[in-house]
Design a protein around this ligand. Structure first.
Ligand SMILES: [Ca+2]
Length: 199
């Protein structure tokens, strides 16, 4: 009985892992291959997507502050993610500056019931050509069933002929969270199995 229960729990763990991997990517259109679909945009200068300034995945990337002359705080994109309270998540993205030798900066936020993540990344352009992308990774723990993921251009004003470029945004559950859930299932099944043996 115990063995069959354990097998059932193991099968449940496998199912959970498979379901988890199927739903692992919480961000939709994170590579901007469908333009601005699934993203809400704001700020004084509309967000735009193009393949002309480089990308790290596919053929399109997001341009922050295009045609703005480098005005500060002029582009925001955000997406609301479905999250589990207490679960840990990993955010990955690529960011670079395309254009003149000036610095571009982008604020990265994850917002649930409170601010879960608030970081600013910067890159300096090195002439025109493909953007020199850097890869960034951050963790956050959800405190709400929805989490807003937001990217905002916070480049200093005056940086003409340069844009911040964002590509390949992903948010996945921290692997340890999935394993802990699975171990919990096995533990529950083991206790249940032992109770049945005593009867
Ligand atoms: Ca892309």
């Amino acid at each position: 009985m115990f063995t069959s229960r354990f097998c059932a729990a193991f099968a449940a763990l496998l199912t959970l892992c498979l379901a988890s991997s199927a739903q692992a990517y919480l961000v939709t259109n994170g590579s901007f291959e469908s333009g601005l679909a699934d993203w809400t945009t704001g700020g004084g200068v509309p967000a735009d997507t193009t393949g002309a300034e480089g990308m790290t995945d596919g053929t399109l990337a997001l341009i922050l502050g295009a045609a703005s002359g480098g005005a500060a705080g002029d582009t925001t994109v955000e997406q609301v993610l479905t999250t589990v309270i207490g679960a840990q998540y990993v955010l990955d993205f690529d960011y670079g500056a395309f254009g003149a030798s000036a610095t571009q900066s982008m604020q990265v936020e994850a917002i649930g019931s409170s601010s879960l993540l608030d970081e600013t990344v910067s890159d300096t352009g090195a002439g025109f050509g493909a953007a020199g992308f850097e890869h960034y990774q951050y963790n956050f723990t959800a405190d709400s069933t929805t989490t807003t993921l937001r990217f905002s251009d916070v480049s200093p004003a005056g940086g003409a002929s340069i844009d911040g470029v964002l590509d390949l945004v992903t948010v996945v559950p921290e692997p340890s969270t999935v394993v802990l859930l699975g171990l919990g299932l096995i533990a529950l099944a083991s206790v249940d199995g032992r109770r049945r043996i005593r009867r």
